[in-house]
Design a protein around this ligand. Structure first.
Ligand code: RP5
Length: 200
């Protein structure tokens, strides 16, 4: 039930686990219909999962009883600002104490409140908002002065994940190196396309 998840979040916040055992990036979204955009797959462009798991060596953490194999991890929750406001509040309120360093929050529709509310409640933890659809862009970026959110364009959860790792990389040289390698790979890919076009 929603209440048991809320209770577990509060329990984890009390645990004081070492930083290398807690999730680093939290991915939340308003509905499971947002999953193809947030995770990618099923005919969609690669999303935040692909950036974290495939490109940057993060592991998805689903079980908090054991220490994860990978040093860098992310977790995923569906929690709606409108259908489960208590869960949204609990997630954002406990995020820092649960060891998260950055949250990626996606929502769609014209009332994409989840990213904004999460940013306010989890402050000063950075929140990167992903408008799931074009019509949610204004809703996500339109935060009042003093209540910041970082936002990407509609559907760009892949870039949201890169931004999250850029934030983490300020504390972890290993992540900085992985980001640099990833970017070098892009340059190689583009270079090869041009070479092929000109048959060089
Ligand atoms: C938003 O409404 C969700 O984030 C989703 O993008 C949209 C539609 O949700 P469903 O009706 O498909 O669950 O809150």
């Amino acid at each position: 039930s929603v209440q048991s998840i809320i209770d577990q979040l509060h329990e984890e916040a009390e645990m004081d686990r070492p930083n290398d055992e807690t999730p680093d990036v939290g991915i939340i979204m308003g509905s499971d219909s947002d999953l193809p955009t947030m995770a990618g797959g099923k005919g969609k462009r690669p999303g935040a999962y692909a950036a974290l798991a495939d490109e940057l060596g993060f592991e998805e953490q689903t079980d908090y009883t054991d220490a994860p194999d990978s040093r860098f991890t992310f977790e995923t929750f569906v929690c709606s600002a409108h259908r489960t406001p208590d869960l949204m509040y609990a997630y954002a309120e406990t995020a820092e104490d649960r060891g998260l360093d950055v949250i990626i929050a996606g929502a769609g529709g014209k009332s994409a409140d989840l990213p904004n509310m999460t940013a306010s409640i989890a402050y000063p933890l950075p929140v990167i908002g992903v408008p799931v659809q074009e019509k949610s862009v204004d809703s996500v970026i339109g935060m009042p002065q003093g209540a910041p959110i970082t936002a990407v364009d509609a559907g760009k959860s892949f870039n949201a994940a890169l931004t999250a790792v850029q934030i983490l990389s300020r504390q972890h040289d290993e992540l900085r190196d992985r980001l640099v390698d990833y970017h070098r790979g892009l340059q190689t890919d583009v270079g090869e396309v041009s070479r092929d076009l000109h048959e060089l």
